[in-house]
Design a protein around this ligand. Structure first.
Ligand code: BV8
Ligand code: ZN
Length: 247
């Protein structure tokens, strides 16, 4: 494991020399905003794991329970703000402009709230609903009751989120692979790297010649495949990497 100071120095040099950059973020980047991750000690909701609730099967057998979970998360996220790590991502977009992309697995919308523009929300957004009957998709930040209904056809709404066993949006996947195959640098921040296809993205970029950096508080299955893995909180490490890189 390279010592942190040296790792930061190398990363800053790489960023200075790069002409484009991709960030691949997971729940860990929002942890310091107070949003529980999926698999940390605070990751359980009641006695359920995400895989048991975030699935079409769970929704068809118990839509009330799934909506209770999502409404609980919506209300929790509503009061949370972007943290220093999100702000550093905005600084990086200012530096790389249209050569910058965030591919996020998060559904909390905090990257956009912080001010990032080029954000690919691989797994959807918790503030959007989709009608299970007519397919209407709406952003809806109000407090939803249980089993919310579509304003157009009165069909049952679901969160506009990709559940386990559901395919990701083809167009978003195409956009993600396009930048992963051509970027100079990927910074993987706060993801356990176990959910596919996102778990393959770091390796895909590396195989195409990108310099891949990981920032995480602990080792992950992809720590051994990246070029530099820095142990630490996203809100502490990212600002160190970004500072004086914008000058
Ligand atoms: C697909 C939205 C194919 C939900 C999410 C069997 C049956 C069915 C499918 C499969 C199967 N086996 C494998 C699969 C594929 C499956 C999968 O990968 N399963 C896993 C469990 C093995 N994938 C899918 O089903 C995907 N679809 O494959 O479709 C297909 C094709 C055609 C037709 C039909 C189907 C869809 C997956 C999307 C699931 N939706 N999210 C919601 O949010 O409600 S997944 C959810 O968990 C996240 O979005 C993220 O993607 C994933 C992992 O979470 P992380 O973000 O990594 O968070 P985690 O808590 O795990 O880790 C946090 C990390 O941060 C840790 O490393 C921690 O150390 C670190 N950290 C904590 N604090 C900090 C920090 N780091 C830095 N600073 C800190 N302060
Ligand atoms: Zn409808």
């Amino acid at each position: 494991m390279m010592d942190k100071r040296n790792a930061i120095k190398i990363i800053k040099e790489k960023i200075k020399a790069a002409s484009n950059l991709v960030i691949l973020s997971g729940a860990g980047i929002s942890a310091e905003s107070g949003i529980p991750t999926f698999r940390g000690e605070d990751g359980l909701w009641k006695k359920y794991r995400a895989e048991e609730l975030a699935s079409p099967k769970a929704f068809s057998s118990n839509p009330e329970l799934v909506w209770e979970w999502y409404n609980w998360r919506r209300e929790l996220i509503r009061s949370k703000k972007p943290n220093q790590a999100h702000i550093s991502c905005v600084d990086l977009e200012k530096k790389f402009k249209d050569k910058f992309t965030i591919i996020t697995q998060n559904v909390d919308g905090l990257h956009q709230q912080a001010g990032n523009n080029n954000v690919i929300e691989l797994h959807g957004n918790i503030w959007k609903t989709r009608c299970t009957n007519c397919g209407d998709i709406k952003e809806n930040k109000s407090t939803l009751g249980n089993l919310p209904k579509c304003s157009i056809c009165n069909g049952l709404l679901r969160p506009h989120i990709v559940w386990f066993g559901e395919a990701l949006d083809e167009e978003l996947l195409y956009k993600a692979y396009k930048v992963l195959l051509s970027t100079d640098i990927v910074i993987v921040v706060g993801t356990s790297g176990i959910v596919y296809p996102a778990a393959q993205f770091a390796g895909t970029a590396k195989d195409s010649g990108a310099f891949v950096i990981e920032i995480d508080i602990k080792e992950t299955p992809q720590s051994s495949l990246v070029d530099v893995s820095v142990r630490g909180k996203a809100g502490e490490i990212l600002p160190l990497i970004v500072e004086s890189n914008n000058k």
